[in-house]
Design a protein around this ligand. Structure first.
Ligand SMILES: Nc1ncnc2c1ncn2[C@@H]1O[C@H](COP(=O)(O)OP(=O)(O)OP(=O)(O)O)[C@@H](O)[C@H]1O
Length: 380
């Protein structure tokens, strides 16, 4: 169904993918294994229409060409991507995130059916429909991200390292969920560091190295191949999880989830479809542009900023109260609204201690009495 042939991607002079070929059929899970920088994310991004590099070759969905289409058109062709890091809206509820997934034209008419399919696959989502997503555990958030992608009614679901950041238990649950998605008839293209778990559920696998596909085989064969074990499973199947990458920090579930709205035991599909998708999309777009205060942890409350301001002001005030050092030259005499006007039109900058005499003329210099608004006249 998804066919990739001769796909190459360059970022400027750097070639990230070279003549890549692979396919994903309906109802199968295909996993891409590769070390850091092998080009796995680039492959998914090039298919999804969000790659910053220059892509050449061919990507087709059925008989439709896909390569080069903008991301929203790729989704309309039936390909959905769950990006690394999930890309969900943490400030929105589960229901709102799912509804955003139903924005593509191909999904709008079938939003009810897609939602029914989703809650059959992930019944937990119905209990959490009103919960704000950022209050959920990493595994639950990943489920929302997959759920949102599925609401676009895809035939191919692509996932970029979905187990990243999940505890082993949550990762296991995630891979069980992917089996359920496959059973629903979707094709899955999976990029994973967790070679053991992903090969255990996959049908086929590709090994990608330095942007080239080195090998393609059945997942069960790859899983038990000594060379694959050495490269991706730490030398012994079942003990390691893939090539070197910093061990993800498991996301703990919050002690007490705080739903924004009371949890609904069951959400009828009409409740999903009843929301206004366009309004939600534009509100989500606004929320995605965060004010600077939410981006800088130090300024998440106004107190530290106010303290800093107060300290700065008091430092300026106390500096202003300091007596002026006598070595500094006096300020240039200026006309003041309530002071007598100097008889000469210009006053030269005086030397310290004594005003400079003006040749051929007399200058009246007015000095302010300290602490008053009175002026004393001096003739020069
Ligand atoms: N936007 C970009 N601009 C320039 N080079 C890039 C860009 N994105 C990726 N690359 C380079 O392309 C190569 C492949 O990167 P890619 O992210 O696809 O690898 P990966 O296999 O997904 O790695 P990882 O597992 O570390 O995420 C790397 O050398 C990377 O530095």
């Amino acid at each position: 169904m998804l066919e990739i042939a001769g796909l190459s991607v360059r970022y400027g002079k750097h070639t990230a993918l070279t003549e890549t070929a692979l396919s994903v059929k309906k109802g199968e899970i295909v996993v891409i294994l590769g070390a850091n920088g092998a080009g796995k994310s680039t492959l998914l991004k090039a298919i999804a229409g969000i790659c910053e590099g220059k892509s050449t070759g061919s990507v087709t969905m059925g008989s439709d060409p896909v390569l080069g289409l903008p991301a929203h058109k790729v989704v309309e062709r039936g390909i959905a991507l769950v990006p690394e890091g999930r890309g969900i809206f943490g400030d929105l509820t589960v229901r709102e995130n799912l509804l955003l997934g139903a924005n593509p034209q191909r999904a709008r008419e079938e939003a009810d059916a897609n939602f029914e399919r989703l809650i059959r696959l992930f019944p937990k989502l119905t209990d959490r429909a009103g919960q704000t997503v950022r209050t959920m555990s990493g595994g639950e958030q990943q489920m929302v991200a997959i759920g949102r992608a599925m609401m676009s009614n895809p035939e191919i679901l692509m996932l970029d390292e979905p187990s990243l950041g999940l505890s082993p238990l949550l990762a296991k649950e995630l891979f069980q969920n992917l089996k359920a998605v496959r059973a629903a008839g979707l094709g899955i293209l999976l990029v994973e560091q967790n070679a053991k778990l992903s090969l255990a559920i996959a049908d086929r696998g590709y090994l990608l190295e330095n942007g080239r596909i080195l090998r393609e085989d059945k997942a069960s064969i790859l899983l038990h191949d000594p060379a694959v074990q050495a490269a991706y499973l730490g030398g012994a199947a079942g003990h390691a999880t893939g090539p070197a990458k910093p061990t993800p920090v498991p996301q703990a579930a919050p002690a007490t989830p705080t739903p924004r709205a009371p949890s609904t035991a069951s959400v009828p599909s009409s409740q999903i479809a009843g929301l206004d998708i366009d309004a939600l999309v534009s509100s989500a777009a606004q929320k995605a542009v965060r004010p600077p205060s939410t981006l800088t942890p130090a300024y998440t409350t106004s107190a530290p900023r106010a303290d800093h301001l107060r300290q700065t002001l008091s430092a300026i005030e106390s500096a202003a109260r300091q007596p002026r050092p006598s070595s500094l030259p006096p300020l240039r005499a200026q006309a003041r609204p309530n002071a007598p006007t100097a008889s000469a039109p210009t006053v030269q900058r005086p030397t310290p201690g004594a005003p400079t005499p003006i040749p051929g003329g007399r200058v009246d210099v007015y000095r302010r009495r300290p602490g008053t608004s009175q002026f004393d006249k001096t003739e020069v």
